[in-house]
Design a protein around this ligand. Sequence first.
Ligand code: 8QM
Length: 408
Amino acid sequence: MERASTQAEPQALARGCPTLPVDPFDEAFLADPYAHHESIRDAGPVVWLERIGAFGMARYAQVQAALRDHETYCSGRGVGLADFAKEEPWRPPSLLLEADPPLHDRTRGLMNRIVSLKALKALRPTWAAHAEALADELLEKRRFDAVADLGEAYPMRVFPDAIGVPAEGREQLLVYAAATFNAFGPRNAVFERGNAIAGDAVAWVAQACKRENLAPGGWGRAVYEAADTGECTSEEAERLVRSFLSAGVDTTVNGISHMILALATHPDQWERLRAEPGLAKRAFEESLRWDSTVQTFFRTTARDVTVEGTSIPEGSKVLLFLAAANRDPRRWEAPDRYDLSRATSGHVGFGFGIHQCLGQMVARFEGELVLEALIPRVREIRLAGEPERRLNNTLHAIASLPVEIEPA
Ligand code: 8QM
C-alpha cells in the first residue's frame, strides 16, 4: 500500500506554509480520510492545498480557533469550495449555515426556540417507543444491515414526522442530502454522480417546505408561525424548513451507523456499556469524535489574517478538517482509540462557535435512544461482513454495514 504521507509531502513554502499536492476530495482520500490526516496535520498548522486552491487546517488548535472567530472566517461566502462572492451557489444559500450575523443570529434565534429541550422532551416517549420496536425487529432478524435497517430506519421513522413533511416520497430526503453535502466540495465525479439523479429530490424537498404541505404541530409549521409574528418572512420560513431537511437526515443516519461500527469493532467497549448503561451519552459523543460524520467545512477569510506566521489574504477559502482535529494527538490521547473512559467534551464533530450544530440535541436524543433500546436486549454485536463506504465530498458515509447480534 502506498503511504499517504508520501503523497502529501510538502513541496514549497511559497505562501509561508507548506504546499501539499493532496486532493482532499479525490476518491482515494474520501474512501479513507483517516489515512491522510496525519500527514496534513504534521505538515504544519496551516497548509496550502494546491489541487483545490485553498488553505487547510487539520490541527485541533487552529480548527477550533478558526471556528471560534466567525468575523475573520465568515460563512456568508459559502462553507464549500465555491466562493459565493464570485460563483453562483448550487442552491439559494442557507439562512443559517451560509449566513453571518446579524442575519444568522436572527434566524438561529428563532430556530433555537423551535428545537428546544422542551420540544424534544415532548417527543421522547414516541421516539423511545420507536427505538424499542426497531430493536425488537432487529433481534428477530439477528443479521442485518446496520445502515439500511438501523442507521437509516431509525431517523426516517422519527425525524420527518417531527418536521411534518408528507409521507409520500420521503426516501427523497436521503437523495437530496447526499447531493447537498457533495455540493460543498469541488464539481468532481462524486458530485456529478449524485447531482445527476437529484432533480426529483430537489423538487420534492421544495414542495415539502411549503406551508400547506407541512403537518400542523410539527417544527415545519412552527417556522411559519414565527413568520406570522414577524420574526422572518414567509420566503425565509420556507428556506429555514429546508435547513431541517438538509441537515437532519444524512448526518444522523451516518452518526448512528458509525456508532454501531465503533461498538461492533470494540467489543470491550460494548461490554462496558452494558455494565454501565449510564455511559450511553458518552458512547454516542465519542463515536462522533472517533468518526466525524461531517468531515470538513470551508470558511472564507473576511480580512487578511496571519496564522502561526502564514499570511492568509482576504477572500481565501480555508478548509477546516473537523475530523482530523478530533483525532489530533496534540489534543487527544491515543486518538484513534474509541474509548468510553475519555472526556469527549471539546470535540468539533458538531462544530464550534456561533454555527455549532443547531440539531445537536436532536442527534443526541436519537443516538442515545437507539443505544438505550439495544443495551438491555443485545449481548454482543459483531461485524458479519465488510462495511462498504459511500463516497461523499463532506460526509464520512457508509453504504452498508452487515452485523450480527446476540440476544441478551
Ligand atoms: C450540515 O441547509 C442548511 O441550513 C444546512 C445544511 C447542512 C448542514 C447544516 C445546515 C452541518 C449539517
